[in-house]
Design a protein around this ligand. Structure first.
Ligand code: AFD
Ligand code: MN
Ligand code: MN
Length: 432
C-alpha cells in the first residue's frame, strides 16, 4: 500500500475510546490547578502554541561507530522522510517543522520539496550544514578540519558549502543555518588553539556575510568527538565569543548532549538568554556523552529546569517563542516515529510544568533566602502530572490522545516495510 496519511477517521475512532477518561482526568487536574490559582485552559493554550522541529535525520535509524542496524520501512530519501515527519505531526500536533541536513537531504527539486511539505502541513526550520564528512568525489578532504583547516582552499570549500546551504534554505523558506563542525585535534601539539579559532572566525565571517537579513546563524558547540583531544568550538564560552564577534544575528545553539557530565546546562541557558545570545536547542538526553537518547528519557528533571529558565527569560522578555526548538536524536533501538512522538511530548511536558511554577512565591523565597520554600516551588510543579493537558491540547488540535497506540494500530510501519524495500546505505549511516 503506497504512502497515505494516518486517516483522521482512525484518529477519531481511537480518540472516542479514550475521550471520557481524558475529560475526567483533565477536570480533576483543572480543579487541582485552580486551587493554586492557575487556569488549566490557559496553560493548555500555551502548550498548543508550542512546537519543536524534527531533524530529518531523526526519522531514519541511527547508528553508532560500531554499526547501524537498518529498520524495515525506514525512509530512503528526503521525500520519504517528509512522509514520516507528517505522521509524527498528524498524531502529535506539535512538530510541524523539519530541520534538514545538506548534503544528506539534497535534491535538485527544492521547490517541489517545499510544496510537498506544505501539502503535508509541514514547513522547514533551520538548515544544517555538514563539513564533518567528505562528500563522495569531493576535491578536498575534511580529514584535518573544515572551516578551521590550515589550507585556505579547504576552508573555502567548506564556506562555499555553507553558502549553498543558505541558498537551499532560502528556496525552502528556512530562516536559519545551524553550523556544527567536528574540527579539532587528537593530540597535544597537533594544532595551535589560537590560530585554529582565528581561522574559524574568519570563515564564519564569510558565512555570516552571506546570510539574508532575516536569517539567524546558529553556532552549535560540542566538547569532543570526532576530535578527542581538543575541539575548536567546544563549549558555550567559545560559542558566545564567536556569536558576539559575528554580530546580532549570530546566536548559540545548545545541544543538551554536548556538555561534560554534571555541567549545569540550565545555568548556561540562563546566561545566554540574559545576554541575547540563546538561539535555540537540540533536545535529546544522555547518560554519558553525546548519546542522542530520547528527550526526557534519562533526566526529565533537567529538561524541566531548562524550561524553567526559559519561562524566567520569557518574563524578562526574551524567551521561548523566539527560539529555534529542535530535536536531535539518534534512534538505534526504537521505531523513530514512536521515539519522536514521546520526545516531543516530553519536551512540551517540561514546558507545561515550568508554566505552573508559582513564580511569585519562588521569587519571594529567593529574595528571603528561604531555601526549602524555593526548591519546593520547583518540586511541586515538576511533580504535577501534566499528561491530561498535553493530551487535551493534542486532541483539540486534531491529534491523537494516545499517539503511539494509534501509530501501532495504523500499521504504518508494516506498510512502509512493504513499499520501501531497503536500498542499502540510503540514509546517512553512523553517528548523527
Ligand atoms: C553531529 C553533532 C551535532 C549535530 C548533528 C547534525 O553531534 O549534534 O547537530 O551531527 O549535524 O552528530
Ligand atoms: Mn546537535
Ligand atoms: Mn550531537
Amino acid at each position: 500500500m503506497p504512502f497515505s496519511r494516518i486517516s483522521s477517521d482512525l484518529i477519531g475512532s481511537e480518540n472516542a475510546t479514550r475521550l471520557a477518561a481524558l475529560q475526567e482526568d483533565y477536570e480533576f487536574l483543572g480543579r487541582k490547578l485552580a486551587r493554586r490559582g492557575l487556569s488549566i485552559d490557559r496553560i493548555k493554550e500555551r502548550v498548543k502554541a508550542f512546537t519543536v522541529a524534527i531533524p530529518s535525520w531523526g526519522v531514519g535509524a541511527g547508528g553508532t561507530r560500531f554499526a547501524r542496524f537498518p529498520l524495515a520501512g525506514e525512509p530512503r530519501s528526503v521525500w520519504e522522510k517528509l512522509e514520516d515527519c507528517s505522521v509524527v505531526q498528524d498524531l502529535g500536533r506539535n512538530t510541524p517543522c523539519i530541520s534538514i541536513h545538506f548534503p544528506w537531504d539534497w535534491t535538485d527539486d527544492l521547490k517541489g520539496l517545499r510544496q510537498a511539505a506544505v501539502q503535508l502541513g509541514l514547513h522547514f526550520g533551520p538548515v544544517n550544514s555538514n563539513t564533518f564528512q567528505d562528500r563522495p568525489g569531493a576535491e578536498l578532504s575534511y580529514k584535518y578540519g573544515s572551516l578551521t583547516h590550515t589550507d585556505r582552499h579547504v576552508q573555502e570549500q567548506a564556506i562555499a558549502h555553507n553558502r549553498a546551504c543558505i541558498e537551499g534554505g532560502v528556496a525552502l523558506g528556512s530562516k536559519a543555518l545551524t553550523v556544527w563542525i567536528g574540527d579539532g585535534t587528537n593530540f597535544p601539539g597537533q594544532q595551535d588553539f589560537t590560530a585554529s579559532f582565528d581561522r574559524y572566525l574568519e570563515s564564519a565571517e564569510k558565512i555570516y556575510a552571506a546570510l539574508p537579513g532575516d536569517w539567524t546563524l546558529l553556532i552549535e558547540h560540542k566538547l569532543y568527538e570526532p576530535a578527542f583531544y581538543s575541539t575548536v568550538i567546544q563549549d558555550w564560552g567559545t560559542s558566545y565569543i564567536a556569536a558576539t564577534h559575528l554580530g546580532d544575528r549570530a546566536k548559540c545553539l545548545v545541544d543538551l548532549g554536548h556538555h561534560a557530565p554534571t555541567v549545569n546546562i540550565e545555568m548556561i541557558v540562563a546566561r545566554l538568554a540574559r545576554f541575547g545570545k540563546l538561539g535555540g536547542f537540540h533536545f535529546n538526553d544522555s547518560k554519558y556523552g553525546d548519546d542522542d537518547l530520547d528527550a526526557g528519557s534519562i533526566d526529565p528533571f533537567r529538561l524541566f529546569l531548562i524550561f524553567n529558565e526559559l519561562v524566567e527569560a520569557d518574563l524578562r522578555g526574551s524567551g521561548v517563542a523566539s527560539l529555534e526548538h529542535m530535536i536531535d536524536q539518534s534512534h538505534n533501538a526504537t521505531d523513530p516515529i514512536e521515539s519522536l512522538l514521546l520526545s516531543a511530548e516530553a519536551i512540551a511536558g517540561a514546558y507545561a510544568r515550568a508554566l505552573i511554577v508559582d513564580r511569585d512565591t519562588l521569587h519571594g523565597a529567593q529574595a528571603g533566602n528561604d531555601v526549602i520554600m524555593a526548591r519546593e516551588q520547583l518540586r511541586t510543579a515538576y511533580e504535577t502530572p501534566m499528561g491530561p493537558v498535553l493530551a487535551m491540547a493534542r486532541y483539540e488540535s486534531g491529534g491523537a490522545i494516545d499517539p503511539v497506540a494509534v501509530f501501532r494500530v495504523s500499521g504504518y510501519r508494516e506498510d512502509r516495510a512493504r513499499d520501501r524495500p531497503a536500498e542499502g546505505g540510503a540514509t546517512s549511516a553512523g553517528i548523527v
